[in-house]
Design a protein around this ligand. Structure first.
Ligand SMILES: [Fe+2]
Ligand SMILES: [Fe+2]
Length: 159
């Protein structure tokens, strides 16, 4: 079912990511921009990890859903690379803005594709029991992954 809890959980995160991008778009202050970017990066890193540990690991195990899952996982890596690159530049600088423009475009494409293609296909190919289990896994992994991402990003900032 397309309105299953796992898909509602994922969509809710995506809406939060869209809101964070909109806030980044209208922020000019360097300090505020830095904080917002760290918030976005932490949240998206944790979301993608928990999404892979729940939905995508299950899709990868199913031949009919494998290709879609591989596509999304490779986009996660692409997004991660953009965010890593941005972290090397001053928030709001010309270079930072140029990478941000790419990241923003690619990430909005990614979550739209998930909502319009991956989730409906997964929903067709998964049983109700599997969907229920995935929601439980995602809801347990997301806070754990947030802690992990927070720690990893803070350590990178110090380095
Ligand atoms: Fe994703
Ligand atoms: Fe997602």
């Amino acid at each position: 079912m397309a309105d299953a809890r796992i898909f509602a959980d994922l969509k809710k995160d995506h809406d939060n990511h869209r809101a964070l991008l909109a806030r980044i778009d209208e922020t000019k202050d360097k300090g505020a921009l830095e904080k917002l970017f760290i918030e976005f990066r932490t949240e998206v890193t944790a979301h993608a990890a928990a999404e892979e540990e729940s939905l995508y690991s299950t899709m990868l195990a199913k031949p009919d859903l494998r290709e879609e899952a591989q596509h999304s996982v490779s986009e996660h890596k692409e997004i991660e690379d953009y965010m890593e690159e941005m972290a090397d530049h001053d928030a709001g600088s010309v270079k930072w803005n140029a990478i941000y423009a790419q990241l923003r475009k690619r990430y909005l494409h990614h979550i739209e594709e998930e909502e319009e293609e991956m989730f409906p296909e997964a929903s067709d190919g998964l049983s109700d029991a599997e969907e229920k289990r995935l929601a439980t896994v995602f809801e347990a992994r997301k806070p754990a992954e947030l802690k992990r991402a927070e720690k990893a990003i803070a350590e990178e900032e110090k380095a």
